[in-house]
Design a protein around this ligand. Structure first.
Ligand SMILES: [Ca+2]
Ligand SMILES: [Ca+2]
Ligand SMILES: [Ca+2]
Length: 403
């Protein structure tokens, strides 16, 4: 091993000299240590600067068996269980092959993790009747102060509801650790304010406003949703023909002095309030009702139009009275936020293994660092207004289990 290290150092020094001043990579970052101490549920990215034709990272067990971890040059390691992990890194190259065995001690975190949301990275609701109210917009608020209000509201067990507004409106949040994808198990749950109003029929319905979940693993470990790919968790509706992928909608900020178009019931004060157009050739309006008199377009947003993209679920509401007085939003089977009541534990929890890429192909993720939820339907229901996903809390189910 020692000889190999010396050899590599010489080789690296040579390439550094040959490359001259243009090579900025410091030699020290090119190596791998013999031993690492890493907290559980925290990803760590190993980036060997030394290159070859192919690579192999394997987990080596005590009995000599091994299991392939990756064939990429770099590897992001994360484990839920504490203990010693023996890892082998190999550079497979006809000229300079290289094997490095090292140990990772996965230890308990110094400060106990929270099973709940610890940070909100983005909040961008689409127009809606609760926008500027939950959270409350106050004079002088900016994107950042609103984000911080949302963070305060849905972190931990504060349980103060936020709205995502109409189709596409979203929030992005994370925990103080990676939510690990445990095989054959649901990994996290998200709480909203859905309820059933029909108790005597086979079809669950009431106030069910399904939001779609996206997840990302922070591969480059910078804590940000930058170049990490987002994957949709494919719920019960994902593969149905009526579900529209790559839906896009643009809402236009209304002129405050615009003419109002009330309806004959007196409950809608403007049926042509916030105009939207979509990429399906449709156009329509977010209607204003008399129960919510504030502006529905997010006041802190400077742009005069807002565009959202995503998967659009079929409308789930029916006017069961046929007179516009009693609307029922029917729940989809599984895999959506604010779609079943919070006491239906299995119906508000999510499995990271449901993740699919943009072509619908299943992807394997070791865990997720970032979760985004957006309203999945574009629908208005008379006096009860547009359908909007609401959130109060999210939980790492594995950490909850430990408590
Ligand atoms: Ca899982
Ligand atoms: Ca990142
Ligand atoms: Ca709701």
């Amino acid at each position: 091993m020692r000889n190999a290290c010396v050899f590599i150092l010489i080789l690296l020094s040579m390439s550094f000299l040959l490359g001259g001043c243009e090579r900025k990579t410091p030699i020290l970052s090119l190596g791998l240590d013999e031993q690492y101490y890493l907290p559980r549920m925290q990803a760590y990215r190993f980036v060997p600067g030394y290159t070859g034709e192919a690579y192999r990272w394997t987990l080596v067990f005590l009995d000599g068996r091994d299991s392939l971890l990756s064939e990429e040059q770099s590897y992001t390691f994360v484990q839920k269980e504490e203990g010693t992990y023996s890892v082998r890194f190999e550079i497979l190259d006809p000229v300079n092959s290289y094997t490095h065995d090292f140990k990772i001690e996965v230890v308990h975190e110094v400060v106990e993790y929270s099973p709940y949301i610890s940070r909100v990275l983005e909040y961008r609701p689409a127009p809606g009747q609760f926008v500027n109210e939950i959270p409350l917009y106050e004079d002088g608020d900016t994107e950042e102060t609103i984000r911080s209000k949302v963070e305060e509201n849905i972190s931990g067990k504060n349980d103060v509801m936020i709205t995502l507004g109409g189709f596409g409106g979203y929030v992005t949040f994370g925990f103080d650790h990676t939510v690990i994808n445990v095989k054959e198990k649901r990994d996290f749950s998200i709480l909203g304010n859905a309820f059933y109003s029909l108790v005597d029929v086979g079809r669950k319905g009431g106030s069910c406003e399904p939001g779609i979940v996206l997840v990302a693993f922070d591969w480059n470990q910078n804590g940000l949703p930058d170049d990490d790919e987002w994957f949709e968790l494919a719920g019960s509706e994902y593969h149905k023909p009526e579900t529209i992928k790559n839906y896009e909608i643009t809402y236009f900020c209304p002129d405050p002095d615009k003419k109002l178009f009330p309806d004959e019931t007196g409950q809608l004060t403007d049926t042509a309030y916030i105009r939207w157009t979509d990429n399906q050739g449709e156009t329509g309006y977010t209607e204003k009702n008399k129960f919510h008199v504030q502006a529905y377009y997010p006041k802190w947003v400077k742009e005069d139009q807002l565009t959202f993209r995503g998967t659009r679920l079929k409308k789930n509401a029916e006017d069961v009275s046929d007179m516009g007085t009693y609307w029922v939003q029917y729940a989809y089977d599984w895999g959506y936020v604010d779609n079943h009541p919070n006491d239906s534990t299995s119906l508000i929890s999510f499995d990271i293994d449901w993740a699919v890429d943009s072509t619908g192909k299943s992807v394997e993720l070791p865990g997720v660092d970032l979760i985004r939820v957006y309203t999945g339907v574009n629908q208005t229901c008379g006096w009860i207004g547009e359908t909007s996903t609401e959130i109060i809390r999210a939980e790492d189910l594995h950490l909850l289990e430990e408590k």
